[in-house]
Each structure stands twice: as structure tokens, then as C-alpha cells.
Design a protein around this ligand. Structure first.
Ligand code: NAD
Length: 485
């Protein structure tokens, strides 16, 4: 069916969505266009009253929605897809404006939303188990759990918020989306458009200040938190959720390792590793943040990686052929600069970048541009190896012995993703098995999709998103035992 414009949506006025109505407030905030440093549109700061109203509307909507069939809910997701497709171009422009990402990658994020929607539309209802025993029947089934709050980050503000809405509603729940204050715009519009397909109160959005997240996490009538963000905040969410024994899915930070095996084809692998390290200006939870290369090929590999990275064009969204946009916000910009400063103060060798006053900013306008940098073999205990920069600076380290490389790769409290490159298929699988990570990609840059479970081990998270288990993350398990005769 061709997408139709069901209602006109303004892409220059923004508000929260409570019970299918726009909700304004006396106090407003705004994101900043990272390309220019100029303010983006004003958005209302949700109040405690807005939270109460949204939670009440969500619980009311849930009472009815939980009685609908999987087929009905899936058909509504298909309608939502049609509605969103009608605004594909506007959403792409808005996403590029709020994040600064190159237009081609903003378009790819929007396209990815439709892939996720298609996957949900094709998904069969996950069933539990039944046991027909001589004396009784036992039915173990999945039931919706109520109202979920989706607490979202700023790096993929549209896809990661949609990625919480779809499984929540498909499993029979209501959901309140809380976008990052840095990037509220596409998430608010996505929810507004969702209201063309779902009943009032089922999908709502509340954006606001630092008080809003804790208010949602502590609210007794919210039953699940799906959080994506930093490990530090995720720990606070988990502690606060304990008070009401909320279900939590926590998708948190990573310090992902990439291991290049001695038999890897340098010319083929270097561009993939560069993509894994620098895509989205390295503001990717599963970006390669520590690259381990065998000593036999270290120098030529580093030279190839440096050459590829040097060729990546840094610039504004609409610049021709641009690969890296600005860092999304000034807080993150300052954090990334601290990694440059530390590497310079410690005297580490930069294979690429690192000139100037602690960063390699291009200084375009007032935007938060940083040229990508590669650090040549810093020590294991360096700041750049131990911590997640979430910006375009990456260490490449030498290893002699593969066991030692795997040990160093696993020597972190985090365990989100990892990549391994080489030719020997058995060895690749063996290394993939030994890496302590929720997702491992073999011979490709990190490349998640709707069908692959996505989640971290250790301090990178609890539970997974996407895939069938990502849908079941919005279910309780209920067992009914009936004695025969
Ligand atoms: P963040 O932790 O600062 O914020 C994430 C969200 O939590 C925002 O919406 C924020 O407003 C909210 N928040 C802040 N304090 C809160 C509190 N006390 N209670 C409830 N909510 C609160 O993270 P960020 O800077 O937006 O994102 C970057 C981090 O997210 C990186 O560490 C990155 O690795 C991680 N990340 C992880 C994944 C993943 O899937 N594992 C995906 C993207 C980003």
C-alpha cells in the first residue's frame, strides 16, 4: 500500500504527547544543532502533573489493549509503518538536524526503522509451553506486564526509541517514551505519528529535564523500564527500580574490542575496522573502541587503517560525501577532548590526528567537529584503553599471542560487543566464543538488526533488545496448573 499522509504533522513545533493530545508547559528546553552550535526548537519540560496524567492514561489504555490479539496489534504496527513512511523525508531532515549526522546516515537510520517494523509485522506470536500430564495440565504463557517507560539516548534517537515502542505494544503493553534532552525531536514526532495507529494513551512521549527520568523510574504504576544509555546512569536506574521491583532492560556502555587475526587480508579488513571504529562519529555503543592487531602485520595494518581513516570526510550533514558529522553535544565534545589531552600529556604517539590544543577540531563555525584520531600502541592501563570515549579517537594495540589478545580484550568490566577479523573459519569462531560480549561480529563491522538479540554482559547490561527475546522482555511469564477430573 502506498504511504498516505493521514494527518498533517508540523515539523517545526514540538510538544509532549499525553493521551493522544499535545501537551505544552510553562518551562521549555531545546536541543542544539551540533553543526552550528545554534539552538534548535523549544520543547516543553514535562511536569509531575504530566507524568501523572500520562501514567494514568497508559494504564487505562493497557486495560483494553492487553485483551487484543497478537494479530490485531501487529496490524496496528503495519498502520503505524504506513503513517511513518509518509513522513520519511521530514524525519530524515529532522534527524540530521538534531544529531548532525550525515544525511545519508540519517536516511539509513530512518530506513532501518522500516526494517524493524517489517520484522515485527512478520513475527509470529511467541508461545509458551503446555504439558498434558496424566493428572494435570500445565500451561506456561507470556502475558503483557503493563506500562513501560522507554528511556533513550541521543546517538540513534529515532531507531532506539522506536526499537522500544514496537516490542512493547506488540506484546500488549502501553509505553511512555522519554527521549534524551539532547535529541527530543524525532522521538516526539515518531510518537505523534504513532498516535494515528494506536489508541489514546497507548504510546505517549514525555521529554524534559534531569528530574523526569527518576520520576518515571520511581513511579509505582510504571511496570518496566527499558533503558539505553551510559553504565553510570543504568546503575542508578537499576537501584531506583528496585524500590518497586520494576522489570528492567538495561542497554549500557561498552568498550568493545576488535581483534585482527594474523591471516587477515589487510586491504579488505582495514576499511571495515575503520567503519566499526568511526561510524556515526564513533558515537556508537558497539563501536570498536580497542583494536588489537598481531605484531606480524601491525605496521602495515596501522598504515592501512590510518590511510582509510584520513580519507573519511568530516563535515556538515548535507556536504557531498561526508562520512563523519560533528559530535552531538558540547558535553560529549568536552569529554572526547579529554581523551585527546590525556594522550598528548602522556606522550602517546598519534598515528593520525591529535594536533592543536588537545583535539583536532576543524573549528567550522561553532559546531562540535573533531577529526578522527588513532593512537599507536598505548599501554593497556591508559585512559584511552580503559574508558569509553564515545567519540572519534581509538587506540590500536599490538599483540604477540592470541590467548593474550583475548585475555586483554576481556579485561574490562564491560561486555557489550566485539568484532574479529581473519580467514581461518575455525579460529574466528573459537575467538568469537571466547570473547565476553553480548554480540560478536565476525568479518564485519558491528551490524545489529531486528532479528539478532542485542544486549550486554557484565556491566554493559541486563536483558536484551530486538529479536524474539526482545519482545518477551515486555512480558511476564504466567503458569496455570489445572488438575484433571
Ligand atoms: P545517559 O546515561 O547520559 O542518558 C541516557 C538517558 O537516561 C537519557 O534519556 C537521560 O535523560 C536519562 N537519564 C539520565 N539520568 C537518569 C536517571 N537518574 N534516571 C533515569 N533516567 C536518566 O547516556 P547518553 O549520554 O544519552 O548515551 C551515551 C551512552 O549510552 C554511552 O555510554 C553508550 O555506550 C550508551 N549506549 C548504549 C547502547 C546500548 O544499546 N547498549 C546504545 C546507545 C548508547
Amino acid at each position: 500500500m502506498a504511504p498516505s499522509r493521514l494527518e498533517t504533522i508540523s515539523f517545526t513545533t514540538f510538544y509532549n504527547i499525553v493521551n493522544a493530545e499535545p501537551r505544552y508547559a510553562k518551562t521549555e528546553y531545546h536541543g542544539v544543532d551540533p553543526t552550528t552550535g545554534d539552538p534548535n526548537w523549544d520543547v516543553p519540560v514535562a511536569t509531575a502533573i504530566d507524568v501523572e496524567d500520562a501514567v494514568a492514561a497508559a494504564n487505562k489504555a493497557f486495560e483494553q489493549w492487553k485483551t487484543t490479539t497478537w494479530g490485531y496489534r501487529t496490524e496496528r504496527i503495519a498502520r503505524f509503518k504506513d503513517a511513518l513512511e509518509a513522513y520519511k523525508e521530514e524525519m530524515t531532515d529532522l534527524l540530521a538536524k538534531e544529531t548532525g549526522k550525515p544525511r545519508q546516515f540519517a536516511a539509513a537510520e530512518v530506513d532501518n526503522c522500516f526494517k524493524f517494523m517489517d520484522w515485527h509485522i512478520g513475527l509470529k506470536e511467541p508461545k509458551g509451553e503446555t504439558y498434558d500430564l496424566p493428572e494435570k495440565y500445565v500451561v506456561n504463557k507470556f502475558v503483557p506486564l503493563g506500562v513501560a517507560a522507554a528511556i533513550c539516548p541521543w546517538n540513534f534517537p529515532l531507531l532506539l526509541s522506536l526499537g522500544k515502542v514496537l516490542p512493547a505494544v506488540q506484546m500488549g503493553n502501553a509505553v511512555i517514551v522519554k527521549p534524551s534532552p539532547f535529541t527530543p525531536y524525532t522521538a516526539l514526532k515518531m510518537v505523534e505519528i504513532a498516535n494515528q495507529a494506536f489508541p489514546p494513551g497507548l504510546v505517549q512521549a514525555l521529554g524534559g529535564d534531569d528530574k523526569l527520568g527518576p520520576m518515571l523510574v520511581e513511579h509505582p504504576d510504571i511496570h518496566k523500564i527499558s533503558f539505553t544509555g551510559s553504565t553510570a546512569t543504568g546503575k542508578k536506574v537499576m537501584a531506583a527500580a528496585a524500590k518497586t521491583v520494576k522489570r528492567v532492560t538495561l542497554e549500557m556502555g561498552g568498550n568493545d574490542a576488535c581483534i585482527v587475526l594474523p591471516d587477515a587480508d589487510i586491504a579488505k579488513v582495514a576499511p571495515l575496522v575503520a567503519m566499526g571504529a568511526f561510524f556515526n562519529t564513533a558515537q556508537v555503543c558497539i563501536a570498536s573502541k580497542r583494536i588489537y592487531v598481531h605484531s606480524s602485520m601491525y605496521e602495515p595494518f596501522l598504515a592501512a587503517l590510518t590511510a582509510v581513516t584520513r580519507s573519511l570526510k568530516v563535515g556538515s550533514s548535507n556536504d557531498e560525501g561526508v562520512m563523519l558529522g560533528p559530535v552531538q553535544n558540547v558535553m560529549q565534545y568536552d569529554k572526547v577532548k579529554s581523551f585527546f589531552r590525556d594522550a598528548q600529556e602522556q606522550g602517546y604517539k598519534f598515528a593520525l590526528g591529535g594536533s592543536g590544543d588537545g583535539d583536532s577540531s576543524k573549528g567550522k563555525g561553532k559546531g562540535y567537529f573533531i577529526n578522527p584520531a588513532i593512537i599507536d600502541n598505548p599501554p593497556d592501563d591508559s585512559y584511552i584503553v580503559r574508558e569509553e570515549p564515545f567519540g572519534p579517537i581509538v587506540p590500536v594495540q599490538k599483540y604477540e599471542d592470541l590467548d593474550d589478545a583475548v585475555r586483554r580484550a576481556n579485561d574490562t568490566k564491560q561486555g557489550l560487543g566485539a568484532t574479529v577479523f581473519g580467514k581461518d573459519e575455525q579460529l574466528l569462531q573459537d575467538v568469537a566464543e571466547r570473547l565476553e560480549a553480548g554480540s560478536v561480529w565476525v568479518n564485519t563491522f558491528p551490524d545489529p538488526g531486528p532479528e539478532a538479540q542485542f544486549g550486554g554482559v557484565k556491566e554493559s547490561g541486563i536483558g536484551t533488545e530486538f529479536g524474539t527475546m526482545g519482545v518477551l522482555a515486555y512480558a511476564n511469564v504466567k503458569s496455570i496448573t489445572t488438575v484433571k477430573g
